[in-house]
Design a protein around this ligand. Sequence first.
Ligand code: ATP
Length: 228
Amino acid sequence: MSEVILDLKNASIYQRESLVLSDINISINKGEFVYLIGKTGTGKSSFMKTLYGDLPLKEGKGKIVGEDLSTLKEKQIPFLRRKLGIVFQDFKLLNDRNIEDNLLFVLKATGWKEKNKMKEKVTQVLTKVGMKTKNFKFPYQLSGGEQQRVAIARALLNDPELILADEPTGNLDPQTSVEVMEVLQEINKNGNTILMATHDYALLLKYPSKTLKCDGQKVFEVVQKRAV
Ligand SMILES: Nc1ncnc2c1ncn2[C@@H]1O[C@H](COP(=O)(O)OP(=O)(O)OP(=O)(O)O)[C@@H](O)[C@H]1O
């Protein structure tokens, strides 16, 4: 039987007191590539935030990478995030240091100590996203697509069990979006599980995969047709 990485049962998502999504029953298995789609304001980001512990799961049950979201305490959140790789629309790289130092910073913050191993890991993840030769560039010296590749490399540093990508191509032009998507596809082929929120239907058509939709306060799986 395949390993379940994410499992939500009768889960409801709230922004403070207001209900955003209710009665969610979904699961994601190891190795899957899953899209989360839906119009603006339907709750994709709120859904993602709940998964990485930025919003509490107040109703229902949720298991993610072996952690229980409904009983998650504040001090367990860093531990949960170490098992996840998170990619945002706006890259969130530190502009005051180069790419290598951006990644070393994360390794240090997550408990890595040995300099050689840290450098080796940084080279490994940058190679995976085709950015090895740009390690001494600063974020502002890179294009949006390159910055997003680095952000993906950063998400890979601690060998995450699940990658959560919230609109990773939202700030990119169509051609660059495809390039970044190719990187995510490659990573998925190598065994990483990915949940990607997007409203880029062109990508869905080009790279069809399991798709969850947020609509009318519900999340449900949709079968991809030519127009979703
Ligand atoms: N910090 C917040 N406090 C209160 N309500 C919020 C907050 N953030 C979002 N909301 C509300 O929650 C609902 C879902 O928003 P969310 O950002 O999750 O949607 P989304 O599908 O990710 O939208 P988009 O595609 O525009 O990013 C919206 O009605 C929004 O107004």
